[in-house]
Structures are given as structure tokens and as C-alpha cells.
Design a protein around this ligand. Structure first.
Ligand code: C2O
Length: 548
């Protein structure tokens, strides 16, 4: 095991896309930022130097942060943000996991341009020179799907929050920072991957888009999914991948088609009512060595609302039982929770109905009708560690009021429409096993919400449509080989059931990974108390932890 050290300089960068110069916040003057690679067992030390005009913090999405919660990164949850001109060093061990994760800013909308791949290679082991539970690929390639605005994203977010309406759609999607030739004025702004005929490649696909699930495809090539969210899956063959913001998907593909060039393409999957559909497509090109063709074969993606294809993909994946880092499903459940996820309303500032949200009000969002408010005087983890009262409360409800969650004609129900605001968490004992039913609501339109839990992987026991019914649906639980994830796309008008063990003390955020929903309050957190020994107790914070 080694110590791997990196420096991230957060600073302004001018980027040109779609014939427009835009100043963005970047890490090391590149978008995406640098790929960080470690081996399982290494210690990662990243010095973040904020030379930008904005507050920043960096989250290591999917990292367990065992006893290192101070390095998790969400602002006001585990740390105060790093102010302009200040620095913070993130230091943590990377253990018990391997595969594709990513890092991103966890302040306002800055993750649009401040993000990069975080690759955990298998622990080097001379006794096991063949590191993967699948044939060793000829080459590994991170594929980061992103979203681009011809505008300052912080302004886009703030305008939406101030008005109470939805933010402007992005202008393009990107593959490894390139928009592709399907947009106006972008002919040469395209990602190219050269391949050798007959060779097999591992694509480490990351959805870093802010607000859209994406279909992803390579023309004429079969994809074999071998991992999701840095957890190995049973190999699964498909011609299209769907990936929600926050998720990663590792696929193998073999360059076994006639020598030529082939488009790769990504475009939103949005099963939503009342949300403006962004139908733009980003493309890249896979070029076979020796190809002379100048017109790549087209990749035809599913329709934007093709829920059967998305659902089939998401539900057909299973975990690789007995593979590296496989964890069996805990069979004892200590705590059952039922959490609704969805949009709500907030009263228009003036009290009059003049805002651009539904019914002339403002958009809001909640978990179990509790709209999460981030503290701003101290981080929640500091409050936990030092026993400071008044930063958050531990009265998040184990279940919300019962109603017909997925009925789309209920929006007259004023009581449910307007969520309660607060910083409410659920207190868990060390090592408790928690099962959560995540139930989508349809009060304000129906939409798929990718729910991300910080600090843990969870087993995905089942997912389906309509209202969750414990008598009927508990029978569908996969307790044998479920997929293991850190981000679950809860189907529009449906539900998902997850289970995890609270084996890491601290404060852990759980939230919708659509960045438009986070400031609206679609979040909550868990407070996991310290265990009985030193090795189950959160150590004191690093001395350079930023001050509020
Ligand atoms: Cu990838 Cu809290 O986020």
C-alpha cells in the first residue's frame, strides 16, 4: 500500500464550446479534471487549493471514508466550504472497494465543471496477477458524460432559486469534455477513441451530468456490463446502457466489427411529466486502426421516454456473488424506514401566487415531506463530534403520512404539497442494519430521482412501479445476488428498496443527485453514533478543517 498524493488547483478557466467563450470553475485548468488512480489499500492525500472566486468542497463519490468522515466533502455536512484563497487537504484510506468512482465539487452547481474519475485498481498481489473477475482488457478508458451551459452555472442555479422556477436547460451534453458534432458550431469539438481491431476495451462510464439520466450506446457493438458503482456485477450483455447522475457503469466491448468508424452517443432518458425535455445528443467517434471511412456508423438511441428499456437494464443487473469485495445481504433488519422522495411547493416569497412554479408558487422538494435545509454556521459533523446543539435535530420521521403516493391527480392536497423545512436526521446505532423503502411521489409531476447515500454501498433488493406494498412486494426481494450500489434511480411513479449496515460513525448525507433538486431540499442525513472501541470511533478533525 502506498500514499498517493495529488494537488487540485481550483481556478477559473475559459472554455469554448458551441462558438461561445465561457469562464468556468475548473480543477487544474481542465474539464473534466484529472483522473485520480489508486490501488485498493492505498492512502489518498489530495491538497485542494481554492484559487477560484467561489466557496468549494470536494466529495469522493462512493468512497466509504471508514473513520475519515472529515474527508467526505459535502459543504456544511462534513465540513465548512473552503473559502477563496484557502486550502484543505483531504486524506483517507481506500479500502474494501475497487472499481470506478469519481470526485466532484459538493458546493452549489460547481460539480458541472469540477469533477473527474477516481479509479481504484485491485490491490497489487503477486499471487493473483490477473486482477479482474473478467478477461483483462487491452486498454481501460474513462468515459465521463457531462452537461454544458453557455452560462455561469452558479448564476443559472441562483436565478432559478430566486425566481422559484426551474433552471434553464443545459446547452449540450458532453463526452470527456467534448460536445460532439451533432450541435451547431461543434464539428471538431468531438471525442475520439482509436481502437485496435479484435481488442477488448474496458470503458469506465461516469454520469457527471447535473440533471439528466442518459442512454449510452456504441453503434453496432455489444456492451458487457461488469460493474456498477464500483461493485462487480455478473456480466450482462446489452446494446444500450442507462446511467443516472452519480452512477458509474463499467462495460467491456470488443472491436469485432468491420474496420471503420462508429459513433458513440448519449442522450437523456427522462420519464417525467411537466419537466421540459432536453433532446440534445452528444456524440463521440470510435475509429478502428486502419479505417479510412469518414462517415461513422450512426448509433440509434432509445426514445427519451423509453421506460421499458431503462427499467429492463436497471432490474436485470445482479451482483457478482463471491467476486472481489462481494458482501452478502444482511438478513437481520434492525430498523425499517419508509421515505417518500419527490417535489413539493414552497410559498412564493410575497405570499401572492406570482412565482413561476406550479400554482404560481415556488418549487421545493423533500424526503418524507421534510425539505432539507443545509446549516451555515457549523458543519453537522462538527456538531456531532463536539456535541453542539442547534445545528440539526434527530427527529426525521421513520415514515411519512400515508397517501396515494403515485396518484397524479392529488395535487389539490395542500397539506402534502407544502413540505416542512428543517435539518432533520435519523439517528442510528453503530452496526445497525437499515432497510429503506424509497417511494417516489407524484404530487408535482412524476420524475425518476437518483438517490445517493454518502459513505456506504447498499444492496438493491427490489424496485417497481406504483405504491410499494409490503405484503406483495417483499416477496420480490433479491436476497441472494442483488446489485450493490451507492446511487439508485428510484423509478418515476415507483419505488426501490435498499438495505445497508451502519458500520461507520459520523454524519452521512442521502440526497437526490439531480443538482436541481438538492437546493430544493431533496435530502436528509444519518447520524451514526460511535461504536464501543477506538477502531469504531470517529477521530478528531484534521487541524486544517475549514472554518465557517
Ligand atoms: Cu455525488 Cu452528495 O454526491
Amino acid at each position: 500500500a502506498e500514499v498517493v498524493e495529488h494537488f487540485l488547483y481550483i481556478k477559473n478557466l475559459t472554455v469554448n464550446h458551441l462558438c461561445n467563450d465561457q469562464i468556468v470553475t475548473s480543477a487544474n485548468e481542465s474539464v473534466p479534471g484529472p483522473t485520480i488512480s489508486v490501488h485498493e489499500g492505498d492512502t489518498l492525500v489530495v491538497h485542494v487549493l481554492n484559487q477560484s472566486p467561489y466557496n468549494i468542497s470536494i466529495h469522493w463519490h462512493g468512497i466509504f471514508q471508514l473513520l475519515s468522515g472529515w474527508a467526505d466533502g459535502p459543504e456544511y455536512v462534513t465540513q465548512c466550504p473552503i473559502r477563496p484563497g484557502h486550502n484543505y487537504t483531504y486524506k483517507f484510506n481506500v479500502t474494501r472497494q475497487e472499481g470506478t468512482l469519481w470526485w466532484h465539487a459538493h458546493t452549489s452547481w460547481l460539480r458541472a465543471t469540477v469533477h473527474g474519475a477516481l479509479i481504484i485498481c485491485p490491490r497489487s498481489n503477486p499471487l493473483k496477477p490477473h486482477p479482474y473477475p473478467f478477461p483483462t482488457p487491452y486498454k481501460e478508458v474513462p468515459i465521463i458524460l457531462g452537461e454544458w451551459w453557455n452560462a455561469n452555472v452558479v448564476d443559472v442555479e441562483n436565478e432559478a432559486l430566486a425566481s422559484g422556477g426551474v433552471p434553464n436547460n443545459s446547452n449540450a451534453f458532453t463526452i470527456n469534455g467534448k460536445v460532439g458534432d451533432f450541435y451547431p458550431c461543434s464539428k471538431h469539438d468531438i471525442y475520439r477513441l482509436k481502437v485496435v481491431p479484435g481488442k477488448t476495451y474496458l470503458l469506465r462510464i461516469i454520469n457527471a451530468a447535473l440533471n439528466n439520466q442518459l442512454f449510452f450506446k456504441i453503434a453496432n457493438h455489444k456492451l458487457t456490463v461488469v460493474a456498477v458503482d464500483a461493485s462487480y456485477t455478473k456480466p450482462y450483455d446489452t446494446d444500450v446502457v442507462v446511467i443516472a447522475p452519480g452512477q458509474t457503469t463499467d462495460v467491456l466491448f470488443t472491436a469485432n466489427q468491420p474496420v471503420g468508424s462508429y459513433y458513440v452517443a448519449a442522450q437523456p432518458y427522462i420519464s417525467a411529466v411537466g419537466v421540459p425535455f432536453d433532446d440534445t445528443t452528444t456524440r463521440g467517434i470510435i475509429v478502428y486502426h486502419g479505417s479510412t471511412s469518414s462517415t461513422p456508423v450512426k448509433a440509434v438511441l432509445p426514445a427519451f421516454n423509453d421506460t421499458p428499456t431503462a427499467h429492463k437494464f436497471f432490474t436485470n443487473l445482479t451482483g457478482l456473488v463471491g467476486g472481489p469485495h462481494w458482501v452478502p445481504v444482511p438478513l437481520r433488519v434492525d430498523k425499517h424506514m419508509f421515505i417518500t422522495v419527490g417535489l413539493n411547493l414552497d410559498f412564493c416569497k410575497s405570499g401572492n401566487a406570482t412565482c413561476p412554479g406550479p400554482f404560481g408558487q415556488r418549487f421545493s422538494a423533500s424526503m418524507s415531506n421534510q425539505s432539507f435545509v443545509f446549516p451555515h454556521t457549523l458543519s453537522m459533523l462538527q456538531a456531532f463530534h463536539f456535541g453542539v446543539n442547534g445545528i440539526y435535530t434527530t427527529d426525521f420521521p421513520a415514515a411519512p403520512p400515508v397517501f396515494d403516493y403515485t396518484n397524479t391527480s392529488l395535487s389539490f392536497n395542500q397539506l402534502l404539497l407544502f413540505a416542512t423545512k428543517g435539518t432533520k436526521v435519523t439517528k442510528l446505532k453503530y452496526n445497525q442494519v437499515v432497510q429503506i423503502v424509497l417511494q417516489n411521489t407524484a404530487l408535482i409531476g412524476i420524475e425518476n430521482h437518483p438517490i445517493h447515500l454518502h459513505g456506504f454501498n447498499f444492496h438493491v433488493l427490489a424496485q417497481g412501479f406504483g405504491n410499494y406494498n409490503s405484503n406483495r412486494d417483499a416477496e420480490k426481494f433479491n436476497l441472494v445476488n442483488p446489485q450493490i450500489r451507492n446511487t439508485i434511480a428510484v423509478p418515476a411513479g415507483g419505488w426501490a428498496v435498499i438495505r445497508f449496515q451502519a458500520n461507520n460513525p459520523g454524519i452521512w448525507l442521502m440526497h437526490c443527485h439531480l443538482d436541481v433538486h438538492l437546493p430544493w431540499g431533496l435530502a436528509t442525513a444519518f447520524e451514526i453514533e460511535n461504536g464501543p472501541t477506538k477502531s469504531s470511533t470517529l477521530p478528531p478533525p484534521p487541524v486544517d478543517l475549514p472554518k465557517c
